[in-house]
Design a binder for this molecule. Sequence first.
Ligand code: KG4
Ligand code: ZN
Length: 336
Amino acid sequence: MKQGFKILAIESSCDETSCAVVEDGRNCLSNIVSSQIDIHTRFGGVVPEVASRNHITAISNVVNLALKQANCSLNDIDAIAVTYGAGLIGSLLVGVSYAKGLSYATKKPLIAVNHIYGHIASNYLTYADLEPPFICLLVSGGHTAIIKVDDYNHHQIIGNTLDDAVGESFDKVARVLGLGYPGGPKIDACALNGKANIKFTKPNETMGYNFSFSGKKTAVINYIHKLEQAGKEIPINDICASFEVLATDDLIDKTLLACKNFKIDKIVVAGGVSANRRLREVLTEKAKQQNIKCYVPELKYCTDNAAMIGSAAYYAYKAGIGIADLTLAPNPSLSL
Ligand code: KG4
Ligand code: ZN
């Protein structure tokens, strides 16, 4: 592939409309993210129909801005990439249709990207020297998994959540505490001012590398309800700090165990929950004690963005994978 290969990438799988121009899979020339958080906050979560309508309104401006900021025109672009799953069907459809239109009009190749491969690739944008193999801890609103990444395009899931995703449990606990949506950043901020001094009735842990968050979430919610019923004050900050410990300790321990058992000395954290301060700090520190290097993405690449899709697309295209045509359809339940 030529040096300076530029991919224009589009991401619209949930409530962020994003477009980026990424050069050679590593160099982010622009990454525009138009967030709908303010719109969905009043509903307490993402409303799919509202999300698709807002993607339609935003996408042209977002693409034009990404080209402008990268100092490019469409003529300078070598390929178009788009997230085609997993995600909300209506939201995905907007990005996929727009990317197909661009590809058809410009006669540039179209690359279909799995959103989760994008999250993993977000670290390639942050760390120029990072290469597989590594153990990836994937923690987002829809996924929680330990993935053995053998090569850019070869992954093996070695642990998964048996019920809720970790981000989902942050969002639900935040909702019960009345902190609003998205809950993760709100819990993170409150935890900073709290003490992890509450021991929740801990559910039985699952075996192996698998996770369970449903029981943990319920334990915290029951604790809050009991205080409410007794008319007692809710120590929001301490609950947040204690919940963070409950939610992240298992992630940290099992990721380190996977490194030990597979003899891999690199951990890569990916997905929205990788923005969590405690997870970043404690995992990095514990990994260091075991001579394992821990990579966490820059905060701007933690949550959904198109630059990560451009990076994943580059490595797929280089290997002849993911090349799509106008029959490309969104797949809301695309697996890894
Ligand atoms: O990866 P992402 O942007 O979207 C999905 O692909 O799911 O992840 C969104 C999730 C939400 O559940 C949000 O609450 C969580 O990431 N999140 C956080 C933090 N920032 C975002 N969770 C904990 N701490 C944070 N600082
Ligand atoms: Zn995501």
